[in-house]
Design a protein around this ligand. Structure first.
Ligand code: SF4
Ligand code: SF4
Length: 91
């Protein structure tokens, strides 16, 4: 099964508050590579206009963005609150 098909099996219970918070938007403007935009497997981060948009509802909770944002450490990363977030389904 293709990875896209596997990801389609997941279900999401989004919270009304983001568990991924950009600490300082100005740091994203200074960030040359903007590596969060191409390393997140769920495409949560996009650069639009002059700021990072965070579509936290689709987060897979893999932790990649927390690691790759290694110049500015600009992502305040938490798991979603209990009862919210991704629900993985195997198959
Ligand atoms: S990698 Fe970090 S500092 Fe760079 S754009 Fe993404 S969140 Fe901002
Ligand atoms: S934890 Fe993983 S899926 Fe969620 S925003 Fe970060 S890189 Fe994307």
């Amino acid at each position: 099964m293709r990875i896209e098909d596997r990801l389609f099996l997941n279900r999401f219970l989004p919270d009304d508050r983001s568990h991924l918070v950009i600490r300082e938007p100005e740091n994203c403007r200074r960030c040359e590579r903007k590596q969060c935009t191409y390393t997140c497997p769920a495409r949560v981060y996009t650069w639009e206009g002059e700021r990072i948009q965070v579509a936290y509802e689709g987060c897979l909770e893999c932790g990649t963005c927390r690691i790759v944002c290694n110049e500015f450490h600009n992502i305040d990363w938490h798991h979603p609150r209990g009862g919210f977030g991704v629900v993985y389904r195997q198959g």
